[in-house]
Design a protein around this ligand. Structure first.
Ligand code: IMP
Ligand code: MG
Length: 174
């Protein structure tokens, strides 16, 4: 099976929106330090671009969970592959994700991170597919709401490919 990529959100659109979210976060956290938690690997491109546009002090940490195999369907199983290096106690934490789809990964993750005692815990996602939601998740900052399509680019992959595309594209299968 081969696939083609059709542009959904251009590089300029994505960059502009990240700039806006960065400004919003800078306003919301004025006088504070934010601790960005990146969910690898998909959230990494977004987090780096976002961090550059936040004007309050920023610290970063990374974690990796798996809910997807190499297919395009959620398995519903969430496993911590790599945990954070630092404690979250008393930090102003923002979890940075590529996409909220069924919501299974995030609902599990947020519950687990909340138990670690952050002063605050918010969720920032580049993309949101509300039509796909199975588990309720409160999203604080959303880049774009998109339709129920499988997308790649800006960190998102199909079978580990296309993460490096500087735009968001829809995968079309022949
Ligand atoms: P959820 O647990 O169903 O919300 O799945 C979230 C994870 O599934 C995301 O962090 C992605 O890694 C992956 N995922 C969901 N939709 C897409 C997509 O359209 N393209 C690539 N990965 C996706
Ligand atoms: Mg992800």
């Amino acid at each position: 099976m081969s696939e083609r990529i059709k542009v959904l959100l251009s590089e300029e659109e994505v960059d502009r929106r990240i700039q806006e979210i960065g400004e919003q976060i800078s306003r919301d956290y004025e006088g504070k330090q934010v601790h960005l938690v990146c969910v690898l690997k998909g959230g990494s491109f977004f987090m780096c671009e976002l961090a550059k546009r936040i004007s309050v002090p920023v610290s970063l940490d990374f974690m990796s969970v798996s809910s997807y195999g190499s297919s395009t369907k959620s398995s519903g199983v969430v496993k911590i592959v790599k945990d954070l290096d630092e404690p979250l106690k008393d930090k102003e934490v923002i979890v940075v994700e590529d996409v909220v789809d069924s919501g299974r990964t995030l609902s599990y993750l947020l519950e687990m991170l909340r138990d670690r005692g952050p002063r605050s815990l918010r969720l920032c996602t580049l993309l949101d597919k509300p039509d796909r939601r199975v588990v309720d998740v409160e999203v604080d900052y959303t880049g774009f709401q998109i339709p129920d399509k499988f997308v790649v680019g800006y960190g998102l992959d199909y079978d580990q490919k296309y993460r490096n595309l500087p735009y968001i594209g829809v995968v079309e299968f022949d």
